[in-house]
Design a protein around this ligand. Structure first.
Ligand SMILES: *Cc1c(COP(=O)(O)O)cnc(C)c1O
Length: 241
C-alpha cells in the first residue's frame, strides 16, 4: 500500500512535469493539500513528508484539527463562506478562496476592519454557469470588480473556480482557459495584478497548471478517497462553512 508520503511525492513530480511541459517554474505553483474529512494524524503524515500548506472547506471541522497541528502550517479556506463564520475564519486562514458576492465581500471587509486584518481573498467564478455551485457570474464580476477592488481591507489576489464535472481531465481545459482569460481581461481593465488562479483538483491539476494555475487544490490524490462526501458533487462546497 502506498503511503501519504508516496502520494505526495507522486503529485509533486507530476506538478514538476506539467511545469516543464509549459515552461513554468514549479516554484510558481502552490500545492494545497486538501485535508477535509481526514483527521489530524493523517495530516501529520503529510507534514512529516514536507507539506506545509493545507486546505479545508468546513470551519467546524478545521478549527479543532488546526489546533492539534504545528502553528507553522498555512491553512486556506476553500469552502463556501457563511457570513456568521467570517469572524472565526479570518484569523485562522491565510486565504479565503471562495468569496462569491459583492455583499459577502463588503461584509468580510467590515469584519476585517474590526479585527484589524487585511485578509487575502480570491473571487470564486461560476465559470460553468451551474446553479448548484457558488461564484460570481462572469458578467456580474465585470460589473462589480471596481467596487470589489475599492474595499480597503480585502487583498483581492485573484480568481478561483470549480469547473463542471466532465468525463476526463482534458474536458476541464476550456473552463481553466476561460478563468484565465477573464482574469486577463479584468487585469487589463483595472490594473490590479490578480496574479492568483486557484484551479485544478485531483483529476485535473496537471491540465490546470498548463493553463496557468498558481494554486492547485489536491485532496484524494494525496490522502486517498474520502469515506464520506461532505461537499457533494465534485467536492464542490454545497454545505457551507
Ligand atoms: C474537496 C475539494 C477539492 C479537492 O478535491 P479532490 O478531487 O479530492 O482533489 C478541491 N477544491 C474544493 C473547493 C473542494 O471542496
Amino acid at each position: 500500500m502506498q503511503s501519504t508520503a508516496d502520494h505526495l511525492a507522486d503529485v509533486r513530480s507530476r506538478i514538476a512535469a506539467a511545469c516543464n511541459r509549459c515552461g513554468r517554474d514549479p516554484s510558481e505553483v502552490v500545492l494545497l493539500a486538501v485535508s477535509k474529512t481526514f483527521p489530524a494524524e493523517v495530516v501529520r503524515e503529510a507534514v512529516d513528508a514536507g507539506q506545509r500548506v493545507f486546505a479545508e472547506s468546513r470551519l467546524q471541522e478545521a478549527e479543532p484539527k488546526i489546533a492539534l497541528l504545528p502553528g507553522s502550517l498555512e491553512w486556506h479556506f476553500i469552502g463556501r463562506i457563511q457570513r456568521n463564520k467570517v469572524r472565526r475564519l479570518l484569523p485562522l486562514f491565510t486565504m479565503l478562496h471562495a468569496v462569491d458576492s459583492l455583499r459577502l465581500a463588503q461584509f468580510t471587509d467590515s469584519v476585517a476592519a474590526e479585527l484589524g486584518l487585511f485578509p487575502k481573498v480570491l473571487l470564486q467564478v461560476d465559470i460553468g454557469a451551474e446553479e448548484s455551485k457558488g461564484g460570481f457570474d462572469p458578467d456580474t464580476l465585470r460589473a462589480e470588480i471596481g467596487a470589489l477592488l475599492e474595499l480597503p481591507r480585502l487583498q483581492i489576489d485573484g480568481l478561483m473556480c470549480i469547473p463542471p464535472a466532465g468525463p476526463d481531465a482534458k474536458s476541464a481545459r476550456p473552463w481553466f482557459v476561460a478563468l484565465r482569460t477573464l482574469r486577463d481581461e479584468l487585469r487589463a481593465r483595472t490594473g490590479a495584478p490578480l496574479d492568483v488562479l486557484s484551479m485544478g483538483m485531483s483529476g485535473d491539476y496537471e491540465v490546470a497548471i498548463e493553463e496557468g494555475a498558481t494554486h492547485v487544490r489536491v485532496g484524494s490524490a494525496i490522502f486517498g478517497s474520502r469515506r464520506y462526501r461532505v461537499d457533494g458533487e465534485l467536492g464542490a462546497p454545497q454545505t457551507g462553512a
